[in-house]
Design a protein around this ligand. Sequence first.
Ligand SMILES: *[C@@H]1O[C@H](CO)[C@@H](O)[C@H](O)[C@H]1NC(C)=O
Ligand SMILES: *[C@@H]1O[C@H](CO)[C@@H](O)[C@H](O)[C@H]1NC(C)=O
Ligand SMILES: *[C@@H]1O[C@H](CO)[C@@H](O)[C@H](O)[C@H]1NC(C)=O
Length: 326
Amino acid sequence: MVFKCLFVLALCTCYGRLYEIFLDKEWEDFKRIYSKTYTEQDEKIRKSIWIQNIDIINRHNKEADMGHHSYRLGMNEFGDMTTKEVTRMLNVPKGYATDNVSTFLPPNNLQLPETVNWTKEGYVTPVKNQGYCGSCWAFATTGGLEGQHFRKTKKLVSLSEQNLVDCCKENLGCTGGLPVTAYKYIARNGGIDTEESYPYLGKNGNCTFRPPKIGATCQGFVRVPAGDEVGLQKAVASVGPVTVSIDASLKSFYLYKEGVYDDKKCSKKMFNHFVLIVGYGKHLGKEYWLVKNSWGMSFGMDGYIMMARNQDNQCGISNQPVYPIV
Ligand SMILES: *[C@@H]1O[C@H](CO)[C@@H](O)[C@H](O)[C@H]1NC(C)=O
Ligand SMILES: *[C@@H]1O[C@H](CO)[C@@H](O)[C@H](O)[C@H]1NC(C)=O
Ligand SMILES: *[C@@H]1O[C@H](CO)[C@@H](O)[C@H](O)[C@H]1NC(C)=O
């Protein structure tokens, strides 16, 4: 009996030590993959946050294996950050724009497809990375315009977020902004430069817009009626990618890996992030919006997330959908 206890104790201690060695190796890999460098002081803090996140990921995925969740979590470049720190990246001005503009009217004879994926149809540029700058509004804006520009010209041109961050003065650069304000700026400005001619820096700068480098123009924008996910589905199916606001402030969001994201705690009212709906469909019987994020390729499914659709406007995804007129 005593022997057995000692044996179990030894096994546990040994296992604990093995797990530590395993974690140390994983930590070195994490730092290498995401090019993280820390001061000695900072590294201790970052590693302990990372270990907590690993525990949360493992616990969640165990529950997912038992069928309690429709999505899985995974490590990515935000894995050494707390929810509070990630939320700081999300800063956008409070309140909705209230301009009186045209609203989307679905075509009369519209046959709604079961599945839409505009990325497959060439409407969507590769996933970009806003970095530690609250410029999601600029990425959602360019994403919408890239899609409508492609629809009209059959040319996919990557457009400049830095142009918007630097020159759209009604928005607040890395502190936040609204896509409708950005679309109005592009219309007034006579266009937006290409990504190539005005590359992204991830910080506020002086406006260096150059008219000869314009990649697309826009006449204004159209709103899709708020809170109507079927109307939004019709807009996505008949028009193309649509810019939306969401609540992205939960840990389950920034550690999302795959499956249909469905977290009842996601707010229907509060928004703090702008993204691009590029399609919709059904995954393992669960309806989703296919969403392009601007947090690089390590986030979610190569930068994309499938978000719950027709789940009572979860994350407020249908609160302020908008697309540009080209
Ligand atoms: C918005 O425009 C419509 C159509 O032009 C008009 O009937 C309506 O009164 C306007 N609403 C506001 C709040 O200006
Ligand atoms: C959408 O299309 C892209 C490009 O073909 C593909 O990589 C991706 O897996 C598709 N997404 C879904 C959810 O079908
Ligand atoms: C912007 O221009 C001002 C005035 O020319 C200059 O002082 C400032 O350093 C510039 N800022 C950046 C980020 O280049």
